[in-house]
Design a protein around this ligand. Structure first.
Ligand SMILES: *Cc1c(COP(=O)(O)O)cnc(C)c1O
Length: 429
């Protein structure tokens, strides 16, 4: 069966034929590709066609698909245990590894997704402060929990309505939303409601609505105001953690938070999330404290052991500098080709191994108002011209792309050749 036939079947049994909205190609049009196999930087679809993968499962795969160093640990896990629902040494090892390498992470609790991590961290913050309000920033995505699905990012960004149905007024009454990169609004809001804000949650590197790199001064201002008004600061590093550097964006900026959430790379390709931070707050969590949170499959051995193997590899090999250089080279060369063939001037926004292609702008884009008009349509055409030749970008102009260590010079060179061919065919029509 080909992708089209499988998608028709899928639509009969699952909403929109998918289990997470961006996968459906709604934003770029056409039929989603059904993949069967993955290895390194490559994906193979159900008909055997190969693609160079710059989506990398939306971020978890720092070393590409099924890296041998991680695969062998997964194989070992196959032969030892799949789930205990009891104490085991694997999560302990991972927790110790993280807390020794990231000093401001004193205690950590593993869950099964980024969404779950953020949801639980908010609960801790409310308990710690005895306050109810949450401040978030427009253009940051924190998973699909009710309280934060307010003008939220990517999956909804392409659609006309930015809220989700089924979230009543009372669920978001305590959520305050501000634009990114705006100190004035921030100060005004804190002056008015600061003493009621339990927690300020932000992606310190917003990467779910394009890549909206913040000024350090803005993040510092948030940290200062939170401290001044007794609100906790929560860095959502689900995408940036272990990605921009081992210590995530906090390490890059030299600004730390009271609580932090991880996910994606943390599980080495398996479903793992975590919330963590200062012991005084984490000790509020059951059974040591009154904040209830539990999970049948939490700290599942596959995720714990694949996660530890990934993080140990990242710590030991420190691939970040090379990834950044490769990503800069890749993105600049791609934009050179886009400019040459598409009649639109493009720009690559990059940070470490993350990249985002957008229309050219003189000013750096730091919040939603900066995203150029027509972006969705321009990206959709670009996306399909590359897809035909076997270059797979994330299927939305509002998603970032990722390089992994599997994206070697040869893979990048192959990408550029295929890209040029695809652009030539599409844009000379
Ligand atoms: C991906 C992501 C989430 C949600 O994680 P899931 O595992 O998809 O629930 C939350 N916050 C950020 C910053 C993310 O990038």
């Amino acid at each position: 069966m080909n992708s089209k036939e499988l998608f028709e079947r899928s639509k009969k049994v699952s909403p929109g034929g998918v289990h997470s909205p961006v996968r459906s190609f709604t934003s770029v049009g056409g039929t989603p590709v059904f993949f069967q196999k993955a290895e390194g930087a490559k994906l193979f679809d159900v008909e055997g066609k190969d693609y160079i993968d710059y989506c990398q499962s939306f971020g978890p795969l720092l070393f590409g698909h099924r890296h041998p160093d991680i695969a062998h640990v997964v194989r070992e896990t196959m032969e030892t245990a799949w789930s205990f629902g009891a104490c085991e040494p694997y999560s302990l090892e991972l927790a110790e590894f993280i807390t020794t390498k990231i000093p401001w992470v004193e205690k950590i609790r593993f869950v099964n997704s980024g969404t779950e991590a953020v949801m639980s961290a908010l609960r801790v913050a409310r308990a710690a402060t005895g306050r109810n309000k949450i401040l978030k920033f427009d253009g940051c995505y924190h998973g699909h929990l009710d309280a934060l699905l307010v003008k939220a990012g990517s999956g909804l960004a392409g659609l006309s309505s930015s809220d989700s149905a089924g979230i009543g007024e009372e669920m978001i009454r305590n959520t305050l939303v501000l634009p990114l990169d705006d100190e004035e609004s921030l100060e005004a809001l804190f002056k008015k409601e600061g003493d009621q804000i339990a927690v300020v949650v932000i992606e310190p590197l917003p990467a779910n609505y394009g890549l909206l790199i913040q000024r350090k001064e803005f993040i510092q201002k948030i940290a200062n105001l939170a401290k001044k008004y007794g609100s906790l600061l929560l860095f959502d590093e689900v995408i940036s953690g272990f990605r921009v550097g081992f210590q995530g964006m906090a390490g890059e900026l030299g600004i730390t938070s009271d609580l932090v959430c991880y996910g994606k790379i943390l599980g080495g390709g398996f479903p793992v999330g975590a919330y963590a931070g200062k012991a005084q707050y984490m000790d509020l969590v059951a059974p040591s404290g009154p904040v209830y949170q539990a999970g049948t499959l939490s700290a599942n051995p596959f995720g714990m052991r694949a996660g530890l193997a990934s993080l140990q590899k990242a710590w030991k090999e420190n691939p970040y500098k090379k990834l950044e250089e490769d990503c800069n080279y890749f993105a600049e060369e791609m934009v050179r080709l886009f400019d040459r063939y598409t009649n639109i001037k493009w720009q690559a926004v990059t940070y470490g191994s993350l990249f985002w292609f957008k229309g050219y702008d003189q000013k750096p884009v730091r919040n939603l108002t900066g995203i150029p008009g027509g972006h969705k349509e321009n990206f959709a055409r670009l996306f399909h011209s590359l897809l035909k030749e076997g270059v797979y970008l994330a299927p939305s102009g509002y998603e970032v792309g990722f390089l992994s260590t599997a994206h070697t010079k040869e893979i990048i060179s192959e990408t550029l050749t295929k890209t040029e061919l695809g652009l030539k065919k599409e844009y000379s029509k």
